[in-house]
Design a protein around this ligand. Structure first.
Ligand SMILES: CC(C)(COP(=O)(O)OP(=O)(O)OC[C@H]1O[C@@H](n2cnc3c(N)ncnc32)[C@H](O)[C@@H]1OP(=O)(O)O)[C@@H](O)C(=O)NCCC(=O)NCCS
Length: 430
């Protein structure tokens, strides 16, 4: 890391002028480039589609070293958290910066649990969707609609108020998700059970039938808890960037979470595990794998669940997920697609095309197989990602709000369109 006093010297060959740009925490400020003029009132800008080399914020939440395959929440390695913590303990850590004491965790769990019920009118809203409505569409709509139930939530600069909305968001996301799922099956909604853990209750809301009390399978409950831990935050990914971007115009957090969830929906982000399963089904058999790999190398399609914008090594979350997969398959029976996935991974990890491009399995390569084995349909996969990621979104949103450096997110553009010209009347256009 460079010293705070270090500078970057830029010599402008057009004018011979020299500029000293301060380097702080390994970064120069893009606004410092403004002094290098390209016209009387325009300065040089940096051009960076997709934010390939632009930091949009300073953050203390999540650390990733993509080359080494390291992921830490608030400094703690993901491997240790996944082994030793529960999801709600992780959520507390991400939101507050420190691991909770027993009393703090009990208090946090109590508040989240007691905010899991949703207003009956939200239930009616869900009833209004078609039976085959994609649950992610239902989730995006209903979490956005929560803002109308809690108009007070727009007081975003009141820390106590933010805390209350955080409990609601973390508490209600599983309920919205489970209700969307039950609606798609035409089943009666299963209400939250406050005696159960966060993931145990989620399983109850998804799968309870006529039994008086749902008893979650402890292996599946813990597997889901670990999957939630692995998905809780991932620094400035596409949906978090959306959360911060929307939040920067200062709406209530429900509106921002709806936008973040919409960003998560796409196949390059939260939709990737669904795409993995579709790919595995398309391949169909282990012996068809080499042929499929050749097609990918020939430029036809991508190997879904492989590659990552940040990880140029094995995604540490994928390693942990592989272990969980075995535990879930022991309970639910082996997923027949697993054989194809293992063969794909084996061949790809030994193939020059993937080695050269540093393409390794990411978190989504196995998560879909696990969810499918638990009896969840593919449509639910992005929803299962959105539930734990809500914690990361809220933590990042709050960090953005109280950061004096942050402003309304409004990037520049490089205009390459037509120069000024006079309007042409319709009758004179050919
Ligand atoms: C995640 C992803 C979008 C990151 O992409 P990126 O950082 O923008 O990388 P690029 O698209 O520039 O790809 C770099 C090179 O690797 C290739 N590549 C990247 N991912 C690939 C994949 N999954 N299969 C095959 N080739 C891939 C690209 O074709 C490109 O090759 P080229 O240099 O010969 O043109 C990309 O790896 C991907 O599409 N993966 C599959 C979807 C997925 O699993 N997403 C979940 C992420 S958690």
């Amino acid at each position: 890391m460079p010293m705070a006093s270090e500078t970057l010297t830029i010599i402008d060959n057009r004018t011979g002028k020299q500029y000293e740009i301060p380097i702080k925490n390994g970064a120069i400020k893009a606004t410092d480039l403004f002094q290098i003029k390209i016209s009387e009132d325009e300065g040089i800008v940096s051009y960076d589609p997709g934010f390939m080399n632009t930091a949009s914020c300073q953050s203390k939440i999540t650390y990733i070293d993509g080359d080494k395959g390291i992921l830490r929440y608030r400094g703690y390695p993901i491997e240790q958290i996944a082994e030793k913590a529960t999801f709600l303990e992780t959520a507390y850590l991400i939101l507050n910066g420190e691991l909770p004491t027993r009393a703090q965790l009990d208090d946090f769990s109590h508040h989240v649990t007691f905010h899991s019920i949703i207003h009956e009118n939200i239930k009616k809203l869900i009833d209004g969707f078609h039976h085959d409505a994609h649950p992610m569409g239902v989730l995006v709509s209903t979490v956005g609609a929560l803002s109308t139930f809690y108009p007070n939530a727009k007081k975003i600069f009141d820390a106590q108020n933010r805390r209350e909305q955080t409990y609601r968001l973390v508490g209600k996301m599983p309920t919205l998700a489970a209700f969307a799922y039950r609606h798609s099956l035409g089943l009666p909604y299963s209400y939250p059970d406050n005696d159960l853990s966060y993931t145990g209750n989620f399983l109850n809301m998804l799968f309870k039938m006529t039994e008086l009390k749902y008893k979650p399978n402890p292996v599946l409950e813990r597997a889901l808890d670990i999957l939630f831990i692995l998905h809780a935050d991932h620094e400035q990914n596409c949906s978090t960037n959306a959360m911060r971007g929307i939040g920067s115009s200062q709406p209530d957090p429900y509106s921002s979470v709806a936008g973040a969830a919409a960003a998560l929906y796409g196949p390059l982000h939260g939709g990737a595990n669904e795409a993995v399963l579709r790919m595995l089904m398309e391949i169909g058999a282990k012996n068809k794998v080499p042929e499929f790999i050749e097609k990918v190398k020939g430029g036809s399609g991508r190997l879904m669940g492989f590659g990552h914008r940040v990880y140029k090594n094995y995604d540490p979350r994928a390693r942990i997920i592989k272990q969980i997969a075995d535990q879930v398959f022991d309970v639910m029976g082996k997923n027949p697609l697993l054989e194809i996935a293992l063969e794909l991974e084996r061949i790809a990890l030994n193939d020059d095309y993937f080695i050269k491009r540093k393409l390794y399995p990411n978190v989504d390569f196995y998560s879909g197989l696990i969810y499918q084995s638990m009896g969840l349909p593919m449509d639910m996969f992005p929803v299962l990602f959105a539930i734990p990621r809500t914690v990361g979104w809220v933590a990042q949103w709050e960090e953005m709000l109280i950061d004096p450096d942050q402003k309304l997110a409004r990037p520049k553009q490089i205009y390459l369109g037509a120069p000024a010209r006079d309007f042409v009347e319709m009758s004179k256009r050919n």
